[in-house]
Ligand binder design. Structure first.
Ligand code: S5P
Length: 271
């Protein structure tokens, strides 16, 4: 998982996973490595979602939607198909495998039906990834090639315990999995342990939260870096929440983050 200087289209062509290929292709088509974390609590899409040409992927927390239901599922799937973006449910599965299977597939939120990507915090070891794979790679599961997993390898919050050996073990787990396409991390993970540089193996994708151009953090411990710093550090996709949705001019601000993220990517591949 070293910092990639390859352009997205080359990575799309060489990647084995269809979800990774699609992420990279959308990035090139829209010139966008921007993921908007739309932490909204209503089903009705916001004004920002109408400017989806800026958006590579929508990151959701559907358990905070008070009126979640069929309308949410159908609406999300329709919007994503119409405007060509992916859906990442930032669910951070952390329980034992058997419980996580029930949380992912069926249940109240029906995540497996609509989320292209989900993430896992492998605090309990790699079994949780295996549990998701049992569902995703099951012959009767209709979305087999369309579902991928990220590991929460680091966290952006002050005092995070997801560091050092935990992060290194995430890389090990990813290397043993067919469904894991990357990590949620603050930058390239090659620096964590140079011996685990995986560039010759799988091209893991780095998704970076805690991105904000104007703030360095907040009272609840969130810590930010700018889009430019994140991409420079090895982020392939930047995830921005309040930096965009609390702005007075959401569309203009989204456009600004999209440009900053894209320019930083272009600078990186040119380096
Ligand atoms: O370490 C992390 C991991 C995640 S997924 N730190 C984070 O902030 N996140 C998520 O990124 C968090 O759940 C929220 O949805 C988003 C950050 O939001 P923002 O408003 O601070 O940009």
């Amino acid at each position: 998982a070293s910092k990639s200087t390859l352009p997205y289209h080359i990575r799309a062509a060489s990647h084995q996973h269809p979800v990774a290929q699609k992420l990279f292709r959308i990035a090139e088509q829209k010139k966008s490595n921007l993921i908007i974390s739309a932490d909204f609590s209503d089903t009705e899409p916001s004004g920002m979602c109408r400017r989806t040409y800026l958006l590579n992927t929508l990151s959701t927390h559907v358990d905070i939607i008070h009126d979640f239901g069929e309308k949410t599922v159908v609406g999300l799937k329709k919007l994503a198909a119409k405007h060509n973006f992916m859906i990442f449910e930032d669910r951070k599965f952390v329980d034992i495998g058997s419980t996580v299977q029930k949380q992912y597939h069926g249940g109240a939120l029906r995540i497996s039906e609509w989320a292209d990507i989900v993430n896992v915090s492998p605090l309990g070891g790699g079994g949780v990834v295996e549990a998701l794979e049992q569902i995703i790679f099951n012959e009767t599961f209709p979305y087999r090639d369309g579902r991928a997993v990220l590991l929460l390898a680091e966290m952006t919050t002050a005092g995070s315990l997801a560091t050092g050996q935990y992060t290194e073990q995430c890389i090990d787990i990813a290397n043993q999995s067919g469904a894991v396409i990357g990590f949620v991390a603050t930058g390239a993970l090659g620096t964590v342990n140079p011996d685990l540089n995986t560039s010759a193996q799988e091209d893991f994708i780095i998704f970076t939260t805690g991105v904000n151009s104007y703030q360095s953090g907040n009272v609840l411990g969130q810590q930010y870096q700018t889009p430019e710093a994140a991409v420079k550090a090895g982020s392939d996709f930047i995830i921005v929440g309040r930096g965009i949705y609390t702005s007075e001019n959401r569309v203009g601000t989204a456009k600004q983050y999209q440009r900053e993220g894209w320019n930083a990517y272009e600078a990186r591949i040119a380096s």
